[in-house]
Design a protein around this ligand. Structure first.
Ligand code: BES
Ligand code: ZN
Ligand code: ZN
Length: 502
């Protein structure tokens, strides 16, 4: 695990030096000073190749003369006047990939100060370190032998600058990284390790941060009439559970109602009797991503003592096959009292959320609800891998979520709800059905429309369908292949910007 340290702004004696360069090969004051010390090696190296200081460009200068440094790594950050936190983060991500391929145990980052920089130098350096940290994540615990080329010797990134200011700027970012890693670990763990009980145990661990954790077992859920969620779990050998994590960070708030954050926690989705084809089972361990995102977010809010009252509710179950599995045609009764005809056993996420939403409203009376789920493959057809789908009943909530997403580069795009999609969920034998093939391409909308039937009048609600962005088959700027934990940085920002008391 990469450690981030803060050191005084001296030029390191050994290891690797990571130095920022602005667009058009522009060095800052520290860069010029170092270049002079190295006898002009930096400018010569830049002149000899394609490196121009563009965003995320990296140039390695091996074993420069006149020092004991292993290498100087130049890191492009683009135009200083256009710099953002995210540009710094992505640059940090690009740098760490290169640094991890080396033999050094430490690297020192010098973020130079450029004229007209749109982000102050401390924030820029902290965000570069944050990006490096996020991108350095590895899930390699199951390799009993790690090949040398997979091992990284890099243990620490020293950030040079004003130590106390850096510490302050990085402190929240470090907590966010911890929450992101917590969630990525849970998502990357296989379904024989993370199942409802073990996932609930991970929730319980959050109580040491001051979160009140309440676990409803199967018996309690039956008593509450959660026939919708229980239908999904009845084919699994693992008993289901529902966990509420309550963080009261603003006890003096006038409006006592909390913000509710909900997550789909299907620890494995086979599709049930409507069995998924073989290829579609790949990575279905990740169908609990929504729950992991909520858990990671709650962890961050509590660890940085956010002045907000928020409750995270996750419905945990598995969707597998057995003689007792729910069938197509079954009719179940949800906690809300509404009945549901099961028309597709693979549309199980909404069955889980229906009862989780009702419970959250019944018990915690939230002013707003944001649910997060890997609900519909169709969203990927509409949005590719770049956006999460956003559905809502409140335009101002939509704007807040989209803005929060933009500022952390976890982008959402609104998709429609409408009367026709709602009508498509009507059943001829019960109050509604859980899947409809009327507007096949609009699968995301119909899933959202189903969930909306469980949102009480007067409650603001948004549904984030993160099916396309929760997991990546290739490395991303801020995460390696696998779980991205998309949504945590967004929700953290959303709370910080709109729901925290001063
Ligand atoms: N867990 C899946 C959605 C999913 C697909 C997540 C791909 C991540 C990647 C969900 O439970 C599901 O199977 N949805 C169905 C809904 C349909 C049956 C109405 C789908 O998308 O096909
Ligand atoms: Zn499914
Ligand atoms: Zn699913």
């Amino acid at each position: 695990m990469l450690r981030i340290n803060y050191v005084k702004p001296t030029i390191p004696a050994q290891g690797a030096l990571l130095l920022t360069v602005a667009a058009n090969r522009k060095l800052g004051p520290r860069g010029n000073e170092i270049d002079r010390k190295l006898g002009g090696a930096i400018k010569r190296a830049m002149a000899s190749g394609k490196f121009e200081g563009k965003k995320e460009q990296v140039l390695v200068i091996p074993a420069p003369a006149k020092t004991r440094l292993n290498r100087v790594v130049l890191l492009g950050i683009g135009e200083p006047s256009e710099l953002t936190d995210v540009i710094c983060q992505k640059a940090g991500g690009a740098a760490i990939v290169v640094l991890q391929k080396g033999n050094e145990a430490t690297a020192t980052l010098i973020f130079d100060d450029y004229k007209g920089m749109a982000v102050d130098v401390v924030t820029a350096a902290a965000n570069t370190a944050f990006g490096a940290k996020l991108r350095s994540y590895k899930f390699d615990k199951y390799f009993t032998k790690l090949k040398d080329d997979k091992k990284s010797k890099l243990a620490a990134l020293d950030v040079a600058g004003e130590v106390s200011a850096l510490k302050k700027a990085y402190s929240n970012l470090e907590k966010i990284a911890d929450g992101v890693f917590f969630a990525r670990d849970l998502i990357n763990e296989p379904a024989n390790v993370i199942y409802p009980e073990t996932l609930a145990n991970e929730c319980k661990k959050l109580s040491k941060l001051g979160i009140k954790v309440e676990v409803l077992d199967e018996k309690a859920m039956k008593k509450l009439g959660m026939g919708s969620l229980l239908a999904v779990s009845q084919g699994s050998g693992f008993p289901p559970c529902l966990v509420a994590m309550y963080w009261q960070g603003n006890p003096k708030a006038k409006d006592k109602r909390p913000l509710a954050l909900l997550g789909k926690g299907v620890t494995y989705d086979t599709g049930g009797l409507c069995l998924k084809p073989r290829g579609a089972l790949d990575d279905m361990k990740r169908d609990m991503t929504g729950a992991a995102i909520i858990m990671g977010t709650m962890m961050i809010l509590a660890s940085r003592k956010a002045k907000v009252n928020a409750v995270g509710v996750v419905g945990l179950t598995e969707n597998v096959i057995d003689g007792l599995s729910m069938r197509v045609g079954d009719i179940v009764k949800s906690m809300s009292g509404q009945t549901i005809e099961i028309t597709n056993t693979d549309a199980e996420g909404r069955l889980v959320l229906a009862d989780a939403i009702w419970y959250a409203q019944d018990k915690y009376k939230p002013h707003s609800i944001v649910d997060v789920a890997t609900l519909a493959g169709a969203v990927k057809m509409a949005l590719g891998n770049e956006f999460g789908g956003l559905f809502d009943n409140d335009e101002s909530l939509r704007t807040r979520l989209m803005r929060s997403g933009q500022s952390v580069d976890e982008n959402l795009w609104p998709l429609p709800l409408c009367g026709a999609f709602d009508k498509a969920m009507d059943s001829s034998i019960a109050d509604m059905k859980n899947a409809s093939d009327i507007s096949a391409g609009a699968g995301g909308s119909m899933g959202a429309q189903f969930i909306k039937r469980f949102v009480k009048e007067g409650t603001s609600w948004a549904h984030l369908d993160i099916a396309p962005v929760s997991f990546s088959n290739k490395d991303q700027p801020l995460s390696p292949k696998g779980a991205t934990a998309f949504g945590i940085r967004l929700l953290e920002r959303f709370v910080a910007d709109y729901y925290e008391a001063e």
